[in-house]
Write a protein that binds this ligand. Structure first.
Ligand code: SME
Length: 151
């Protein structure tokens, strides 16, 4: 099972204190994009201090114009408000969606909680329709819980 084999590597990256937090977050993005075939854009967004907006952090994949996303806008902005996982099997069926690339078919966003507060999220775009299962959610929750320990 790919997720189980990636977990120790996530732990190793998170605890690599010789690297900055952003370097470690980028290493996580690279690990996921490289090893999971249907993860085609992997990035982190974080809340901008006390402002109700998200700022793009480390990511792997095509550059995006959406480096700032207001709370409530798009899938990411909705997760900033709902504090809940958002799995989108078909992005074309979403009204409140911010398109970054025409190749993207599906998206998953999982919040990162620090001391119970929603501080950001991991965002993954897939070029494959309906690729995500509960196993992705559980694995990405594991990733986010560990990322929370270094924020
Ligand atoms: N699709 C996202 C915007 C971010 S990009 O996927 C990188 C959204 O609707 O919030």
């Amino acid at each position: 099972m790919i997720f189980e084999s990636l977990k120790p590597q996530i732990l190793q990256i998170v605890s690599s204190k010789e690297n900055t937090v952003d370097e470690r977050l980028l290493d996580i993005c690279k690990l996921l994009e490289k090893n999971i075939s249907y993860y085609n854009w992997v990035g982190f967004y974080f809340r901008n201090g006390n402002k109700e907006e998200l700022i793009l952090g480390p990511y792997v994949g095509a550059p995006t114009d959406h480096t700032v996303i207001p709370f409530g806008k798009g899938i990411c902005g909705q997760v900033a408000v709902s504090n809940k996982n958002f799995v989108v099997p078909d992005v074309s069926a979403q009204d409140n969606y911010i398109a970054c690339s025409i190749t993207v078919k599906a998206e998953i966003v999982i919040p990162v909680f620090v001391d119970g507060k929603n501080m950001g999220q991991i965002d993954i775009d897939s070029n494959t329709p309906n690729p995500f299962t509960e196993a992705d959610e559980r694995f990405l929750e594991f990733v986010c819980e560990n990322v929370a320990t270094i924020l």
